[in-house]
Design a protein around this ligand. Structure first.
Ligand code: SF4
Length: 246
């Protein structure tokens, strides 16, 4: 386990956050209907999972509903040990197949050799170059030939995500965002209610979890994604996975 594990939280994330909205049951029913629709009408379809709280909810629903939807994870080579351990457990426990995509070894070696291991902190361009090698190129392979993909994006997560649609048809590949209108309380209510396995970093004030060098815990009052690429301007804070072409 990484150093952050030494910290013992007084309350777990489920204890802190599980609080369903008044219309939680309706939202859950809509999410289930959307996932069923994706599985029936949009094959081949796949779930993109970062193994964060939203994504473990979706994988749990896919398994509970016995849907024909495989799950893929981008293993960037820089994930926390807690995330890697959850990945192992997910691979062992999931009914739906879990596919792991890794970056091309030569590209990673070339980048680190040329720019150094800490280049990501030097400029946004170098950080995005790292995301291109470790995330975007493997993502393109994961999505090849797919008609649709499913994400855990929620409107509440950031200003840039405030207009996320349940079904986004604005690009060539349909994107399902079945938790778009869920609150953080809804997500944790589902996790608590269904005893879903989750990343213990969530118990240590990591609401949004990415690569280890680019994610930190947040403090009280900070925004949901404040711990991601915290040294950059707000506008730059996406890795490219969910950025629409200009
Ligand atoms: S999140 Fe950080 S470590 Fe991960 S791919 Fe992007 S820049 Fe590289």
């Amino acid at each position: 386990m990484s150093e952050v594990s030494a910290f013992k939280p007084r309350q777990s994330a489920t204890e802190l956050h599980a609080k369903p909205s008044a219309d939680y049951a309706d939202k859950l029913a809509l999410t289930q209907a959307l996932l069923k629709r994706a599985a029936v009408e949009f094959q081949p379809v796949t779930q993109a999972s970062s193994l964060g709280a939203e994504d473990v909810v979706i994988t749990h629903l896919i398994n509970a509903l016995e849907l024909d939807i495989p799950v893929f994870v981008l293993e960037t080579g820089r994930l926390h040990t807690e995330t890697l351990a959850l990945l192992e457990r997910t691979e062992a426990d999931s009914r739906a197949p879990v596919q792991v995509y890794r970056p091309q070894h030569e590209a990673v070696i070339g980048f680190v050799r040329q720019q150094g291991q800490d280049a990501i902190y030097q400029s946004i361009e170098l950080r995005k170059a790292c995301c291109q090698i470790r995330k975007m190129e493997p993502l393109a392979r994961a999505l090849e030939g797919k008609q649709a993909w499913i994400t855990g994006l929620r409107r509440e997560q950031s200003g840039a995500r405030a207009a996320v649609e349940l079904i986004d048809r604005s690009e060539a590949r349909v994107k399902f965002n079945p938790l778009a209108d869920w609150t953080w309380g809804d997500v944790w209510h589902y996790i608590a209610d269904n005893r879903v396995d989750y990343n213990p970093l969530h118990d240590q004030f990591f609401p949004s979890i990415g690569c280890a060098p680019c994610t930190r815990a947040i403090s009280l009052g900070e925004e949901f994604r404040a711990g991601r690429w915290w040294w950059e301007d707000e506008a730059a804070k996406e890795c490219g996975l969910h950025v629409k072409p200009a």
